[in-house]
Write a protein that binds this ligand. Structure first.
Ligand code: CA
Length: 225
């Protein structure tokens, strides 16, 4: 279950509070790959090859199809306010082809109403009335050096305070990027990591300080380096 991530030590928890907006990172496309993975690890497959693709592998009805599971972090009620991949990933349920928290109530005045959901193309984080952050997870069946390509952009670029995407592998934050509310171009980033059978690759979306106009495109692919 351990990943030899060399970007951050695998402490099992995020070393940040996603409810607090971070300073804007550069918004220009970043297609460069991290280069701090172990150079002697064997690739998961001979490049070019792709073992997982969040768009192509999507299943809006069944969990665990092709290694994908759909969940969320209920940040509002987490006693320590820190996402732990091992204990804070709560599976969502399928509602009309979207994944939503199990207690979702479509009544907008309900305490259990939330904008938090996942779709094939992306999703939406929740802030009001409670902070619920969608997490798209892939669980690895392969071991070795892998290239994780992550993309995020605003599918609704009409404002708001933007969103923040976080890539977490086996509990360690690999990459994090804030996206402005009007950024329809977004960012693509590739991280090179070493996976093990059972490694968890989590793509979390948080709303920063508000969830208005936060509809967001997101895609994750795992390939040979
Ligand atoms: Ca927002």
């Amino acid at each position: 279950m351990r990943v030899a991530l060399l970007v951050l030590a695998g402490c099992g928890r995020l070393a940040f509070d996603p409810s607090v907006p971070s300073a804007d990172a550069p918004r220009t496309a970043d297609a460069s790959a991290d280069t701090n993975a172990a150079p002697d690890a064997a690739p998961i497959c001979a490049s070019p090859c792709t073992v997982a693709d969040s768009l192509a592998d999507w299943d809006g009805v069944n969990q665990d199809t092709k290694g994908w599971s759909y969940g969320y972090w209920w940040a509002e009620t987490d006693p320590d306010g820190v996402y732990s991949a091992a204990t804070d990933f709560t599976p969502m349920v399928s509602v009309s082809g979207l994944w939503r928290p199990p207690d979702f109530d479509p009544n907008t005045t309900s305490a259990n109403y939330t904008w938090c959901y996942l779709a094939q193309w992306g999703g939406h984080p929740g802030f009001n009335p409670q902070r619920k952050y969608p997490v798209r997870r892939w669980t690895s069946t392969v071991a070795g050096l892998a290239a994780i390509a992550i993309h995020v952009d605003k599918s609704d670029p009409n404002g708001g305070d933007g969103v923040q995407a976080t890539l977490i592998v086996d509990g360690a934050t690999v990459w994090q990027q804030a996206i402005d509310g009007t950024d329809a171009t977004g960012v693509t980033h590739t991280a090179t990591v070493v996976l093990h059978a059972g490694s968890t690759v989590d793509y979390m979306l948080d709303p920063r300080a508000d969830d208005a106009v936060d509809t967001t495109d997101e895609q994750l692919t795992i390939s040979g380096p």
